[in-house]
Design a protein. Structure first.
Length: 160
């Protein structure tokens, strides 16, 4: 199945998605890289503007029925069977993005997005299978264990 790992930049998507892919034996996909490789998206200044529908088309075409983990802050808008939204205290997001060298404007934009649950709201709007995991104060290993536990429960629930 296609599992999307999404959340505000800096939340820990790449770290968790790679670890999760390793544990599940799924293929790890960097969605931004995938978009560039398929010619979806236009570079505007220092931003990459992505055409969501076009990207969703390529994701479906390439990965439907396969076991993949999609890593990216737009992955919750893709045709996924399961969406995982990572959360983190906005203050920590701000600190991580500062370390990454983001501009003040970009940092406050993303801190605000985390504060008002942008990714979660969009994900719930699009999908039924959405899991929200708070990563605050947890190691990547702890986060992945929590996700695996929740995925198992979901699978059992559907079967039973
Ligand atoms: P994203 O892909 O959401 O932008 P990332 O995986 O690149 O985030 O992580 C951002 C930074 O935070 C990176 O330096 C690794 C670190 N990090 C990720 N998950 C963490 C965790 N659970 N605990 C501590 N640091 C973490």
């Amino acid at each position: 199945m296609i599992i999307a790992v999404s959340g505000t930049p800096g939340v820990g998507k790449t770290t968790v998605a790679k670890l999760l892919a390793e544990k599940l034996g799924y293929k790890y996909v960097d969605l931004k890289k995938f978009a560039i490789e398929h010619g979806v998206g236009e570079v505007k200044g220092d931003e990459l503007e992505i055409e969501i529908d076009e990207l969703a088309y390529f994701v479906e075409k390439e990965f439907k029925g396969k076991d993949v983990i999609l890593d990216g802050h737009l992955s919750h808008l893709m045709p996924a069977d399961q969406v995982i939204i990572l959360r983190l205290h906005p203050k920590v997001i701000g600190e991580r993005l500062k370390e990454r060298g983001y501009s003040r404007e970009k940092i406050s934009e993303n801190v605000e997005a985390e504060l008002v649950d942008v990714c979660l709201v969009e994900a719930i709007d699009e999908h039924e299978n959405v899991i929200e995991v708070d990563t605050t104060g947890k190691t990547p290993d702890q986060v992945v264990e929590e996700i695996l536990g929740l995925l198992n429960k979901g699978i059992k629930k559907r079967v039973g």
